[in-house]
Write a new protein. Structure first.
Length: 293
């Protein structure tokens, strides 16, 4: 699906004048994620409503522009994410809603710290049974992203020439941090540590991040135990994020209801900042998924 930019024009101020004119709403949760996005998309105007929306005009080389609205959740969790997503949808009615932030991941040869995972599917681990002396059990919920978003993601590989340079330090305003492999930074069983070391070593010499598409897992909880990362469900997911299901529910993503189709184009992009173990890599939130706009 082609995204046609709107032509720049002067408009009125305030929510009534902005509603329906925003192309991309960007939802962040953590303070550092929020500040990193604003550094990439500095606001030319703030518009108060139920939230304070930070507006950025992204001028395009071929003419025209996108109007971007950035907002941060008050706190973490699906309930607040649902609230924030509903507010921006009802007050600004953006064409697309992007959930941007950082995530952990299981060790992989395909991607590593600082890389970007653009979601094709969200596994929702919010419904959990905590059992006596047993592993927790989950109701497997979630689903694919909206078809319009999936169509754009599926074609990202054909856009490499247009996206060339997106991952340079000057573009993302950050250098790829060095990877430390000190023994005290690892925990978990011997096999798990061996797997993590091997995965990190695959990307140790790379100086620029990559992007890839894949499934992400999300819930209200930070999941950072090797046993969780080694579960069959974890092996199928590429990023482990939080708060995404709330955004999807608010936007009605993947449901065949009568809502305006624009309200269901929800996309989650995460920069990988951990591999189910605490690594002191000095990572900042990676917002280079913005280049896929």
């Amino acid at each position: 699906m082609a995204l046609r930019p709107r032509r720049s024009r002067n408009g009125g101020r305030g929510l009534p004048d902005r509603k329906g004119k925003v192309d991309f709403g960007i939802l962040t949760i953590r303070k550092d994620e929020f500040e990193a996005v604003l550094e990439r998309f500095p606001a030319f105007e703030t518009v108060p409503g139920r939230r304070v929306y930070n507006l950025h005009r992204l001028e395009l080389p071929g003419g025209g522009s996108y109007l971007v609205a950035v907002v941060r959740c008050i706190e973490q969790g699906n309930t607040e994410a649902l609230d924030a997503a509903r507010d921006i949808l009802e007050e600004l009615d953006p064409r697309w809603l992007l959930v941007v932030g950082i995530a952990g991941a299981v060790p992989s040869d395909d991607f590593g710290l600082g890389d970007v995972v653009v979601s094709t599917r969200v596994h929702d681990f919010s419904v959990e049974a905590v059992l006596q002396n047993k592993e927790s059990e989950y109701a497997m919920m979630g689903g694919p992203v909206h078809k319009d978003a999936a169509t754009v993601i599926a074609n990202l590989g054909a856009q490499k020439a247009k996206l060339q340079g997106w991952n340079t330090a000057s573009s993302i305003i950050a250098h790829r941090p060095p990877i430390e492999l000190d023994d005290e930074l690892f925990y978990g069983g011997e096999e798990w540590q061996k797997k993590a070391r091997k995965a990190l070593a695959c990307h140790e010499t790379r100086t620029e991040p990559l992007f890839m598409d894949g499934a992400i897992g999300s819930s209200d909880r930070l999941r950072n135990r090797p046993s969780q990362g080694n579960s069959p469900s974890a092996r199928r997911r590429d990023g482990i994020g939080r708060r995404v299901p709330g955004c999807l529910r608010s936007a009605g993503a993947g449901r065949g209801d009568s809502r305006d189709q624009r309200r269901r184009r929800v996309q989650a992009g995460s920069g990988v900042d951990g591999l189910c173990l605490p690594l002191r890599c000095g990572l900042r939130p990676c917002v280079s998924a913005d280049k896929t706009d």
